[in-house]
Design a protein around this ligand. Structure first.
Ligand code: SF4
Length: 399
């Protein structure tokens, strides 16, 4: 029995808790699934220490102290977008294209080339939905990336981008994904899920892929053998029942396919968007949300805190509230959250800094590949053997 299991059992036996709290704690200790009503109860009545204890119990039962990260970089081909999500601080409409950017194929390949001989394992490609960036264009790009770096894992495009691309190309979801996989697609990130409740979705992002389409694309991907991640945008106009409904739809899909690697709660940020009047959630609410997602999503292995979005200190704290993954080195290659007012305006960490961030809260840093294969165990790692640069494994910084 692990440390957390003992303390959970002690608390149950000591009768310090009772009623619904006792029922939920007993389920967690016995590895039983909690219900949607239990999850809503935890949001409404569970205090932070209690949900923290339950979530840390599950986190340590699944992963011990292991805390995962990867060495990745992002390519954002464009921030021009045909859609008009109210919470988005990042995109520009075509008529304001002069305020945005569109990278051509050679510019994107130059980014890939700039990582030559660097120990990155993943390129993460997402951006706006540009009407002229087609399925054919991206297939050609993927093939060229694989020619340059066959070892690089391509994790690309949200279900929202695919829905538009496939519709324009007049192919089915299955046909489109197969074409992408033949070109080099290795897995799918979890963005674009936002909130699944149809009424709220219509209110905040009604013109893009529907809930049913998002779920269909991921389910089809899983059936074709692709792994994907999933997300939830929280802390805007939704209530707790909406959050639990969202996670329940993910849990049900995962029961059918087992294809999700990781759940990533995404905090709504209110800078420079049409929802700037909506206040942001507190750190306590953020931690509680991580914890309850860890407790509820019993069939998804990993919970990720995206450190550029919540900042390094909260990311460290989250490791005691169910989170076991804090994403990657990123290397200042994403603008999605910095443009929305996130804590990290210049998101980059060296591998050593990321390792220290994890070790400073007594967790065990593991560099993983995209699919959670272990690349390097960084416990007591001697950085001086890696290079002559004062022990740092620096990655290039893109401007
Ligand atoms: S969130 Fe995505 S789909 Fe929506 S406007 Fe922004 S870039 Fe476009």
């Amino acid at each position: 029995m692990n440390r957390e299991a003992k303390s959970l059992q002690t608390i149950i036996e000591s009768k310090e808790i009772s009623g619904r709290n006792l029922e939920i704690a007993t389920k967690v200790l016995n590895n039983q699934r909690i219900s949607t009503e239990d999850a809503i109860y935890l949001y409404e009545h569970g205090d932070l220490a209690f949900v923290g204890l339950l979530s840390n119990h599950i986190r340590e039962a699944k992963h011990g102290d292991f805390t995962y990260f990867n060495r990745n970089f992002h390519i954002e081909p464009t921030n021009i977008c045909v859609f008009t999500c109210k919470f988005c601080s990042y995109s520009r409409l075509l008529k304001h294209a002069d305020e945005g950017w569109v990278l051509d194929k050679e510019q994107m390949l130059d980014i890939i080339r700039s990582y030559k001989d660097k120990p990155v394992t993943e390129v993460h490609i997402v951006g706006g939905v540009h009407p002229k960036l087609t399925l054919e264009f991206f297939c050609d790009l993927f093939k060229s990336i694989k020619e340059l770096r066959p070892d690089l894992h391509i994790k690309a495009f949200t279900a929202v981008e695919y829905e538009y691309m496939f519709r324009k190309a007049k192919v089915t979801v299955e046909e489109g994904l197969k074409i992408m996989m033949d070109a080099g697609l290795d897995s799918i990130p979890g963005g674009g899920a936002e909130i699944f409740d149809e009424i709220l979705r219509d209110e905040i992002c009604g013109d893009k892929a529907t809930t049913a389409q998002w779920l269909e694309i991921h389910e089809t991907a899983h059936k074709l053998g692709l792994k994907s991640n999933c997300t939830m945008l929280y802390g805007h106009i939704e209530n707790y029942a909406h959050r639990v409904d969202h996670m329940n739809r993910l849990r049900e899909l995962q029961d059918r396919t087992g294809g999700f690697n990781t759940f990533i709660p995404l905090k709504f940020r209110n800078q420079d968007n049409e929802m700037s009047d909506v206040p942001e959630t507190s750190v306590i609410e953020d931690l509680k949300n991580y914890a309850i997602s860890r407790i509820f999503l019993d069939n998804i292995d990993h919970i990720k805190a995206y450190w550029p979005m919540i900042g390094r200190s909260t990311a460290q704290l989250s490791l005691s509230f169910g989170v076991d993954d804090i994403d990657g080195t990123i290397d200042d290659t994403t603008k999605i959250y910095s443009m929305a007012g996130a804590e990290e305006q210049v998101p980059q960490l060296t591998t050593r800094q990321l390792v220290e961030l994890i070790e400073n809260v007594d967790r065990h840093p593991i560099e993983r590949d995209t699919l959670y294969g272990v690349i390097t165990d960084y416990k007591n790692y001697d950085f001086s053997k890696e290079d002559n640069n004062n022990g740092f494994v620096e990655l290039p910084i893109l401007n």
